[in-house]
Design a protein around this ligand. Sequence first.
Ligand code: SAH
Length: 437
Amino acid sequence: MQGQGARGRLGGMSTSQSRPQVQPQAEGWKQALDAEGRPKLQFAQSRRVSQPPKHLADLSLDERVEWVKELGHQGFRAKQLSVHYFSHYTSDPAEMTDLPADSREEMVAELLPPLLTEVRRLRTDDGATIKFLWRLFDGALVESVLMRYRNRITLCISSQCGCGMNCPFCATGQNGLTRNMSTAEIVDQIVRANRVIAAGELDAPSAEEIAEEKDHAGLGEEADEAASPPAAASASGPQRVSNIVFMGMGEPLANYKRVMNAIRRMVDPAPEGLGMSARGITVSTVGLVPAIRKLAAEDLPLTFALSLHAPDDELRDELIPVNSRWKADEAIDAAYEYFVKTGRRVSIEYALIKDMNDHPWRADLLAEKLNARGRGWVHVNPIPLNPTPGSIWTSSEPEVMAEFLRRLEAKGVPTTLRDTRGKEIDGACGQLAAAED
Ligand code: SAH
């Protein structure tokens, strides 16, 4: 429903400032409420949920050695298995000829149980983007999206089956949280993607894609210089995943322990882990403030992204239900603290939704709030809203987006419109809903 007229700050006279404010409730979407009538949020999975089998990737190398011994094998087998998994991306005993033939199968069954079954693979961008649908041991479905750019390969991974944060514009949140993914389930998305890349199944981006890349930042772009060698040194680009974004299904900070453990596996040097750069790993959150503080204290130069989407509580309360717990200013403060503690410039994510949050005054207010904390600590990553099933909200008009960006830049806030890959295959931000048909 439109035409709700001027709200508090809509006092200006220009036509762009008097555009209607659209309310989320009026768009045919009803937010699920809890017993007290507040937006329904699920911070934890149900206690009855069963966990996937233990896997080598759940453990540090020392813990693996212990486990291997407990199972009656020699301790050094842990390292051999780790090389197969983290460096050769294989869980196939037939490929492990350095292990004794008579116990190979048994060892693999115990330490490398299958976690992700590929259900479907969709390709777009001439094969430079692949969306995977995985089935987990209990039938739960999750997705990950693999994207090759000129000189980096980014994997967008899931951290939970479903999501408990209930954001009305995101497809993942609509069915609630099924369960947390285990550390190894999170890591296995990367190992499986690396295997696909090694098999030559992820194509190079077209010249057209590369030209577009120059105008728009891709996911994980921030870490580009740090994580990848210069373009000239890698004419064919990297041959494995170089950048991770926790922007698939789930709220990573609501599954803190397993996500952090998975990040350890990513950054641990091979063969203990994948030997990736922490700077190339982006953790994105709706704004769970205590968990952001904890993350800042981890002493890892991860890239941090806050899904803000509105600078004012009035609207953010509607768009991001968790705003009922931690307000926009608290979330921005926590993001600023992340910068202070780690020295890493943080990203503010802002999905531009037509007539919802794209008003010029909101760009001004956002810039004011960011500048009030300091300069040079943040950049804003607006992204045109991706359509989700059943939602009538749409992306802002190009000229409205341009004005939004212009206003932020005029106030000295670095801003890059985010490239959004995979829309054609429902693989873009907010579109991951993991259905089999
Ligand atoms: N739960 C985390 C990470 C998953 S979503 C978070 O919220 O940050 C990754 C990003 O996609 C978030 O910024 C999210 O707000 C954004 N997003 C969700 N739905 C979207 C949509 N329909 N269009 C564009 N971006 C969307």
